[in-house]
Design a protein around this ligand. Structure first.
Ligand SMILES: C[C@H](O)[C@H](O)[C@H]1CNC2=NC(N)=NC(=O)C2=N1
Length: 96
């Protein structure tokens, strides 16, 4: 199902609201690195993100090494950024 991509203005607004996120060089994703006190805290965060993703049917591209988590958000159905990514980034920030 085609999904509408964010406009440049919407993308700029998202990045100014969530300054810890960076726009990927190709402009099709946003990414952020997280560091937690230990693995337990990192995995608890990942669990909250996973529950959000399952409910939203919108899934991150992510990795975890001990207390580090890296997340990339993009909308495959749009081949770029959509409102789903903006909503998810804001939700993720609220988990911190
Ligand atoms: C069929 C299912 O609803 C789609 O494949 C969903 C699943 N999760 C998704 N996650 C992301 N990041 N992008 C998508 O386009 C997407 N599409």
């Amino acid at each position: 199902m085609p999904v509408t991509r964010l406009t440049d203005a919407e993308c700029d607004a998202l990045l100014s609201e969530c300054p810890a996120w960076q726009l990927r060089a190709d402009g099709k994703a946003i990414e952020r690195a997280f560091r937690f006190g230990d693995f337990n805290a990192a995995f608890g965060f990942m669990t909250r993100v996973a529950l959000y993703a399952d409910k939203a049917d919108h899934h991150p591209e992510w990795s975890n090494v001990y207390n580090h988590v890296n997340i990339t958000l993009t909308t495959h159905d749009a081949d770029g950024l959509s409102q789903r990514d903006a909503d998810m980034a804001r939700a993720i920030e609220s988990f911190l």
